[in-house]
Design a binder for this molecule. Structure first.
Ligand code: NAD
Ligand code: MG
Length: 395
């Protein structure tokens, strides 16, 4: 019966770019999906607007000082939606009976705790928040495995690999995989030399040529740190060693990634650059559902180009490989230093080329430790943030 098939979806990061794409797909299938929990960081008015539209059972604002505004807004709108605030409420709702599917689309390490809670509770997780895998990949995948939680990647490259393999579980050697080729658009500054990047502004950096995304990931795409984070993400999601992952710049952003098999066959997944496709894959899997995205007209697109990444102009990619090889707390340090550096760049406090300098500084200053617990990882994250904030204050 229809009610038994209704999936209850918690959208964490509902007011963001991925949140909007998720809610667009959900609204196309009112009999199959219902947004039962909507959560945001600080944008309480945007969250209220979404509540009026989607009428969830619960709404959460992470910033506790905004609780009264959320509660009163819901009441004034005559909604039965229950108001919550704070990070503990996020974790509790991620694990609660209010949802069976959690869309993890909070930006940054702030998304780790609720994603871990959803994993421990055995939910289906549509994972957009790549930073949580970079920070605590082993812990998160292990927790999910133990609790029987299903992690479906939303990042377009990882969704492409997932679709080519038809799962995350097929052990890569068992599936005959030789290597994974991650495609990168190259961002807004592709083709520029290091010297030409000196004076670029935040407005130029967030103007991505192919994808419309939140400010943090847009800057990461401009530095190529995004691709570096995605290499680490692929390593954890598919259990593949770094040496078997390659990065290819593909400016048209139509081939979302490729898998090469031992027999010489290569499978690629293609489509227009619109995240509603990967969200529909995650919501419907193993079935296919309408996403609102049209198919690819290759005659109009004309051509597909591929080139090697320029690691001299964009050192962040090499820094991410370095952190992945070092292992332990190094990826956590990389991610935390990058988050603070990107935030300072967006505020106009540092230049574009200072981002990789700050990340390299954190990696070389902080010792790499074995990372078997969440405490160790979070403490490395905190030390890297403090070190980076001090370095920014000194510039
Ligand atoms: P965004 O900036 O548009 O949205 C971020 C969301 O997180 C907002 O709803 C915000 O309120 C919420 N948030 C921020 N800090 C929070 C906190 N401390 N606690 C709770 N909520 C908080 O970002 P986005 O582009 O939607 O990206 C979200 C995640 O998805 C990122 O990890 C990004 O790397 C990943 N991702 C995004 C895209 C894309 O196309 N936008 C593609 C691939 C992966
Ligand atoms: Mg991506």
């Amino acid at each position: 019966d229809a009610a038994a098939d209704l999936r209850r979806v918690a959208v964490f990061g509902a007011t963001g770019s991925i949140g909007a794409s998720t809610l667009d797909v959900i609204a196309r299938h009112p009999l199959r999906y219902q947004a039962t929990v909507l959560a945001a960081g600080r944008q309480v008015q945007a969250l209220l607007a979404l509540c009026r539209q989607h009428r969830p059972a619960h709404a959460v604002i992470a910033d506790e000082t905004l609780y009264a505004e959320l509660r009163d807004g819901l009441r004034d709108a005559g909604l039965a939606t229950q108001a919550h605030a704070g990070h503990a409420a996020l974790d509790q709702l991620a694990a609660s009976d209010a949802c069976d599917t959690v869309v993890a689309a909070i930006v940054g390490a702030a998304g780790l705790s609720s994603t871990l809670a959803a994993a421990a509770a055995g939910k289906r997780i549509l994972l957009a928040n790549k930073e949580s895998l970079v920070l605590a990949g082993e812990l998160l995948t292990r927790t999910a495995e133990r609790a029987g939680a299903e992690i479906i990647p939303i990042d377009s490259e990882h969704s492409a690999i997932f679709q080519c393999l038809r799962s995350r579980d097929a052990s890569l050697d068992g599936a005959g995989v030789r290597r994974i080729l991650l495609t990168a658009s190259g961002g807004p500054f592709r083709g520029r030399s290091r010297a030409e990047l000196e004076q670029v502004t935040p407005a130029q950096a967030v103007a991505h040529p192919k994808w419309s995304m939140g400010p943090k990931i847009s800057v990461d795409s401009a530095t190529l740190m995004n691709k570096g984070l995605e290499v680490i993400e692929a390593h954890h999601l598919f259990g593949i060693p770094g040496e078997r992952i390659e990065v290819l710049v593909h400016p048209q952003s139509l081939v979302h990634s490729l898998v090469e098999f031992v027999d010489g066959s290569t499978l690629a997944q293609m489509g227009l650059p619109d995240m509603r496709t990967t969200l529909a894959v995650g919501l419907g899997w193993p079935q296919r559902i309408e996403s609102g995205v049209s198919g690819l007209d290759l005659l109009t697109q004309g051509r597909l180009d591929f080139e090697a990444p320029d690691t001299d102009a964009f050192p962040c990619l090499a820094l991410a490989w370095q952190a992945m090889r070092a292992g332990g707390t190094a990826p956590a340090v990389l991610n935390a230093a990058n988050e603070e550096a990107v935030s300072a760049f967006l505020q106009g406090r540092i230049g574009f080329l200072t981002i990789p300098t700050l990340v390299a500084n954190a990696l070389s200053t902080l010792p790499t430790e074995a990372a078997d617990t969440l405490e160790v990882l979070l403490s490395a994250d905190q030390r890297a943030r403090q070190l980076t904030l001090n370095a920014i204050a000194a510039t």
